[in-house]
Design a protein around this ligand. Structure first.
Ligand SMILES: [Zn+2]
Length: 411
């Protein structure tokens, strides 16, 4: 089908991609219902369903419920028509999962691995874990419809590369999608780890309730992901949300690894808090020990986390005034002591943001926790594959089954 055919399909009521959406949402699950909802003739419905059925994305089965006459045939989205592979690469841990086409995790694993080991080693391990998961669920390489990868650094999304990532030596401009695209002949999407967490939390927990969400990750470092009008916003180059390097007051003596002074992350990140605890003579290698000490009621740790919450809150208050989000979701390792952290965050935000912006503002802990990245990476790929525009574009360029284009630069 040509691009103009797609457009006329939409004008006529529904393109194949839009019919798929109606079926997936359960708004129309028979040919008769599709004709009623779209106003299209049954012959047109049949024509537009054909590629969806022949590709296996849509199945047509008897209901078994007969009301006299022939039992009606029901159309369902076939979530088993392929699988998605996702990897959430963190600073020291890689989480890998295999999902169906509804984003349900069918198999998962994780591995301690420093991202600083470099792209060849880390991506080689990810490939090996993908192999294991495919074997575990009895699927072949040709069943893979898309791959989503999150990495802990700034990403130029259109090219799928990390750009000058501070904690990822050897990854600058490395073509992450290439080895996966070459092997699986499927689209490979790469994004920043906080963006995929934001997307996961939004898709799984908030999509039906709000349009504007700010996700903040506070682990070793600090970053944010923005959902505006229901869509992730990456900015012009993909660097949006890097709030860890906003300067905070009263910290001009603190040098950040980015070489500036007084960065939020260098003062209030989990790494910075651990360092301050060590200066108090406490055993704290990183954010995990900070969390442990707070849970044990260590007064230094509790005070530091609450203070970090206030510093974070001051930066977030500025973002609230700028963006007016409906909800701020706080995730990352330090969200495990949300009571202490969020007390400080709320204190600063409510005293420094405009009343109208905070009137209905919710400030909550991540519900998905450590699974947010996996959920978001799957959501990223599924949006790329199954939105009406994406389905219609792939039909226009040659079909839905198997080969979905090996390019990473999918925009
Ligand atoms: Zn910095």
């Amino acid at each position: 089908m040509t691009a103009s055919g797609r457009r006329s399909g939409r004008r006529g009521g529904s393109s194949p991609g839009e019919l798929l959406r109606l079926i997936m949402d359960g708004r129309a699950t028979t040919r008769t219902a599709l004709a009623e909802v779209t106003g299209l003739a049954r012959s047109t419905i049949a024509q537009r369903l054909e590629p969806l059925v022949s590709s296996g994305l849509v199945q047509e089965t008897e209901t078994g419920v007969s009301t006299g006459g022939r039992p009606p045939m029901v159309l369902t989205f076939n979530r088993a028509a392929g699988v998605i592979l996702v990897a959430d690469i963190g600073a020291t841990l890689v989480r890998v999962a295999l999902t169906d086409l509804a984003g349900t995790v069918l198999a998962r694993t994780s591995q301690e691995l420093a991202v600083a080991a470099g792209p060849e080693i880390v991506l080689g391990e990810v490939q090996a874990r993908f192999d294991e998961l495919l074997a575990q669920v009895g699927r072949a390489d040709t069943d893979v419809r898309g791959i989503g990868i999150g990495v802990p650094g700034p990403v130029e999304f259109a090219r799928g590369v990390a750009v000058s990532p501070p904690i990822m030596p050897g990854w600058n401009d490395y073509p992450i999608p290439v080895p996966f695209a070459a092997r699986f002949h499927a689209p490979v999407l790469v994004d920043n780890d906080v963006n995929i967490m934001a997307l996961g939390e939004y898709e799984r927990c908030w999509r039906d309730k709000v349009n504007d969400l700010l996700f903040v990750k506070i682990g070793t470092g600090i970053g944010a992901g923005l959902i505006v009008d229901g869509r992730i916003r990456r900015g012009a180059q993909g660097a949006a949300g890097d709030i860890g390097h906003i300067r905070v007051v009263g910290a001009d003596h603190v040098v950040c690894p980015c070489s500036n002074v007084g960065c939020l992350e260098a003062v209030a990140g989990g790494g910075a808090l651990a360092r301050q605890l060590r200066e108090h003579g406490k055993q704290a290698a990183g954010p995990a020990e900070v969390v442990d000490l707070v849970r044990q009621g260590d007064p230094d740790a509790v005070g530091l986390v609450r203070g970090a919450g206030r510093q974070l809150g001051i930066v977030l208050a500025g973002l609230v005034n700028l963006l007016n989000p409906a909800v701020i979701v706080v995730g990352g390792r330090l969200a495990n002591v949300d009571q202490q952290l969020l007390a400080g965050v709320r204190e600063s935000i409510y005293s420094r943001s405009l009343p109208l912006a905070t009137r209905n503002l919710q400030i909550v802990r991540s519900q998905l926790g450590e699974n947010a990245g996996i959920a978001g990476a799957a959501a990223l790929v599924l949006e790329h594959l199954l939105t009406p525009d994406a389905v219609d574009a792939r039909l226009a360029s040659g079909g839905l089954a198997g080969v979905t284009g090996a390019s990473a630069a999918t925009g």
